[in-house]
Ligand binder design. Structure first.
Ligand code: 9UX
Length: 68
């Protein structure tokens, strides 16, 4: 399935890589696509991934979900 989130504060390619790596380690996630210009992050997974796991991964990478 596909989950779209918006991540605030990513300004460079390294930011995008950090977010991609952390989210990629969440169980069940198969692919992560980051659009640096818009902050849109698309997560592909075998099954629904809990919101809390996504939020924690984003925060572990050093960023926040937009609006939080
Ligand atoms: Mo470079 Mo992106 O410090 O935060 S990794 S702008």
């Amino acid at each position: 399935m596909t989950t779209s989130i918006t991540v605030a504060g990513m300004t460079c390619g390294h930011c995008a890589s950090s977010v991609r790596e952390e989210l990629g380690e969440v169980p069940g996630v198969t692919e992560v696509d980051v659009d640096l210009a818009t902050g849109t992050v698309t997560i592909l997974s075998e099954a629904p991934v809990a919101d809390a796991l996504i939020r924690t991964a984003v925060e572990d990478a050093g960023y926040q979900l937009a609006g939080q």
